[in-house]
Design a protein around this ligand. Structure first.
Ligand SMILES: [Zn+2]
Length: 638
């Protein structure tokens, strides 16, 4: 079906030909993926191939755990179907519209490609830009035009593979498109299916939906149905004439960034604050001031893209901001503001999503997440009314199956593509020659994620590049080799230890002499990640110094110090308060730990015990403070 309409006119190789105007309103560029894969394999094979053939874990059964795409049912099916191929990789692509120059209604549709088997960090650094479709004057995108070059080339990549040179020989690798990520509108365009607001509009199940009046018009809703009938692969193909790139069709997968973050979390956030609901018990607009005060006290670590913004800017919140609002801030901030009945119900969604967002997830927790999500959707009608049983909320019910089929949700989300689309947007400075501007900066675009992933990139968060370079220079830093970990201690300064510090070391059987002089520092770099300390005065909006340790305890770092060539963090433990409940009969969220406000004595920790930075919430409206552990490291990796 995809060859018919557009034909070869759209197949444009920017390396060899000038762009061709399909019409005066549309321009398309296609950069052959084959050439990009070849170059990637020749230049970066060692990085890319880390996840290609992971060794079987010796004797240890891990089948209860889902850690990546290889543990997904559908991926195993693909492996079986392509068993007679030689070395092979599978690919994902995203196709989402990006509005540019909103006043003119122009839109840009980049098609981005990633290698599924490469580790996430590497995948983020090597996003391939395949197609750029640019339409002006509100020209509606034609998915046939956008995807035709990719489909044509994809068939060749699947059947013949691509070649590359390594260690003096020519090698071949087969590549198959397996997954596609889009929002609900583009997903239907792509599957040539009924719109999601038409009958049986869900691409995953046969829920008929229901057309009901809303305001002056009508809306299609998807109230919870227990045991709804799922579509089968063949069924989907028949119903939607699903596009077939090769013998195995690629799969258009529900994406949590769209259905859960920009869908459900945003939908209910807006609903609670909407003045139209001022007579409803769910309305919290009257407590805006207190909510904003609570939000303003939150100083997240640097991996959170920005500190929480005032709710008056809610309409400008980006996907990342809705993510942190939903997963971390919303439940504690709405305590005693959103009626308990509603908050208890919201907690079901937050816990379900947290469980499904974990990087390594036991299957039992996937089923738990599916169950909680169903409980959440089931009560929406009763609490909010049928018109709020949206398509996005319904799609969230399919996220658990997505984990079982394709691996953890962060591996299957539009976030990495969306971030890259934002980078593309930043390269456009005028409405003339939009695609030329993007293409001419492609090499720069690709270098940006790389720069951000280096220690220098991490270090520049919160300081100027010049200062970061100065800090990282060998004469300003000391390397401590601790086991197989290399710790870079930045700008250490020699000073005498205090009595309190000496006692902290003594309690861990490390004896220091009275008034001994040691090197102290405010920042260290471990595995390319910068850890801060509380004593940095210039950074006021961030707390990048509260850490989860390997023993499950939480530690707040005041400073770092080198003793006997080892780097230690000096600070205080935050004592967990297990007896505290947010509400008498509320569930305990697995990622939220209530901690005491009482000052603990100074202690020391070997920096090898750091697991990750956590989000610390100073809750002056509770008897305790709160610490939130991020669901995974994929979403927070820069
Ligand atoms: Zn469905």
């Amino acid at each position: 079906m995809w060859e018919g309409k557009s034909g070869a006119r759209t197949l444009i190789n920017v390396e060899t030909a000038n762009p061709l105007n399909i019409s005066k309103l549309v321009i398309i560029f296609f950069l052959p993926v084959e050439e990009q894969l070849r170059q990637l394999f020749e230049d970066n094979y060692d990085d890319i191939s880390v996840g290609f053939d992971p060794p079987e874990s010796a004797g240890e059964s891990t089948s209860y755990l889902i850690r990546g795409i290889r543990d997904g049912v559908m991926y195993k099916e693909y492996l079986k179907q392509t068993a007679n191929q030689g070395p092979r990789i599978s690919l994902s692509f995203s196709c989402n519209g990006v509005p540019v120059f909103s006043s003119s209604g122009s839109s840009l549709w980049p098609v981005l490609v990633t290698i599924n088997e490469a580790p996430m960090k590497i995948r983020k650094q090597h996003i391939l830009l395949a197609t750029l479709w640019y339409g002006v004057e509100r020209k509606k995108p034609d998915v046939n035009q956008i995807l035709y070059p990719l489909v044509s080339e994809g068939r060749i990549l699947h059947q013949r593979g691509f070649t590359y040179h390594r260690l003096g020989e020519e090698r071949r690798c087969w590549a198959t498109y397996l997954k596609c990520f889009t929002d609900a509108v583009a997903r239907c365009l792509m599957l040539n299916s009924m719109q999601f607001n038409g009958e049986k509009g869900c691409t995953e199940c046969l829920h008929p939906g229901e057309q009901i009046p809303k305001g002056k018009g009508t809306v299609r809703v998807y109230p919870h149905i227990p045991e709804g009938e799922l579509r089968t692969g063949q069924g989907t193909q028949d119903a939607f004439q699903a596009m077939t790139l090769n013998k195995t069709p690629f799969h258009v997968i529900p994406d949590y960034m769209h259905c859960a973050v920009l869908g459900t979390i945003r939908q209910y956030g807006k609903l609670w604050f909407d003045p139209k609901n001022h007579l409803e018990p769910l309305y919290i607009g009257g407590a805006k001031e207190e909510i904003n005060r609570r939000l303003s006290k939150i100083k997240p670590p640097f991996y959170v893209s920005r500190p929480p913004r005032n709710t008056k800017d809610m309409k400008f919140w980006k996907a990342h901001e809705w993510y942190w609002w939903g997963i971390v801030y919303s439940v504690p901030v709405l305590k005693n503001i959103l009626p308990n009945l509603y908050l208890r119900h919201w907690i079901l969604f937050v816990e379900a999503l947290f469980l499904l967002l974990q990087e390594s997830i036991p299957k039992s927790q996937v089923f738990n997440g599916i169950e909680l999500m169903a409980l959440f959707t089931k009560d929406i009608e009763k609490l909010y009314g049928k018109e709020h049983c949206s398509f996005n909320v319904h799609t969230c019910e399919h996220l658990g199956k997505c984990v079982l089929d394709w691996g953890p949700l962060p591996d299957n989300s539009c976030f990495i593509y969306e971030d890259f689309n934002q980078v593309i947007l930043k390269t456009i400075h005028s409405s003339k020659g939009v695609l030329d501007q993007v293409i001419s900066q492609i090499r720069t675009i690709r270098s940006i994620p790389f720069i951000l992933s280096t220690p220098a990139g991490n270090a520049i968060l919160g300081m100027s590049v010049a200062k970061a370079e100065r800090l990282l220079s060998p004469k300003n830093s000391v390397v401590c080799a601790q086991g197989n970990l290399e710790v870079l201690v930045l700008s250490p300064k020699l000073r005498a230890i205090s009595r309190e510090e000496r006692l902290a070391f003594a309690s861990q059987s490390v004896t220091l002499k009275m008034r001994e002089k040691l090197f102290f520092s405010q920042r260290i770099v471990v595995n390319g990640e910068v850890f801060h300390s509380k004593t940095i005065k210039v950074i006021k909006q961030r707390n990048s110094y509260t850490d989860l340790l390997t023993n499950g305890k939480i530690f707040m770092v005041h400073k770092y110090v080198i003793v006997n060539a080892l780097c230690y963090a000096v600070g205080t433990y935050l004592k967990s308060v297990k007896s505290f409940k947010l509400m008498a009969d509320s569930r305990d969220l697995p990622h939220q730990i209530f901690v005491s406000k009482d000052a603990e004595p100074l202690s020391i920790v070997d920096v090898r015990d750091f697991v990750s930075k956590v989000v610390f919430l100073d809750c002056d409206y509770l008897n305790v403070n709160l610490v939130c552990i991020p669901p995974n490291r994929i979403d927070i990796l820069k």
